[in-house]
Design a protein around this ligand. Structure first.
Ligand code: HEC
Length: 127
């Protein structure tokens, strides 16, 4: 038996389907990320990186939200495909920003040795 819908019902169904697909597209653009690695599970290296972050970066960046402070929030930094400027979110690009700075962000290459930079990156990967 075929289901017959009145003109109004068909119209209504169309709107519902349209809204559902718009919703799917919107959700696809900003998939919710699972939470960051809990602080009490950080390795020694990641914990050192967090110290560096707190001392050098936290005044301008939140680690646990997307919301901006002076710079963009870094929550999920490496779990996204791209940085805010469209560059791929990988160690190379992030190191570049840290060492050379960008826009209003000061260059910090001289302020950190390789071990500190490595620890900082390890921590940023937990966000
Ligand atoms: C004085 C404020 C300030 C400090 C300190 C600072 N940043 Fe930034 N940061 C910024 C600003 C502003 C931007 C945006 C730059 C732009 O694209 O114009 C930025 C951008 C970034 C980006 C790129 C984010 C994206 O998605 O494009 C990363 C990664 C980053 N900062 C990491 C760090 C780390 C790690 C530290 C600590 C070593 C740090 N920042 C310290 C202000 C700061």
């Amino acid at each position: 038996m075929a289901i017959t819908l009145s003109h109004t019902q068909r119209h209504f169904l169309g709107i519902v389907l349209l809204m559902a697909s718009v919703g799917l597209v919107a959700a696809g653009c900003a998939p919710a990320l699972p939470p960051s690695k809990p602080l009490n599970e950080l390795t020694a290296e990641e914990a050192l990186g967090r110290q560096i972050f707190v001392n050098r970066c936290a005044r301008c960046h939140y680690a646990n939200t997307d919301s901006g402070l002076h710079g963009p929030g870094l929550f999920g930094l490496f779990r996204r495909k791209y940085l805010h400027n469209g560059a791929p979110a990988n160690n190379e690009r992030v190191t570049d920003v840290i060492e050379r700075g960008r826009g209003m962000m000061p260059a910090m290459g001289d302020a950190m040795d390789d071990e500190q930079l490595g620890a900082l990156l390890a921590y940023l990967h937990t966000l």
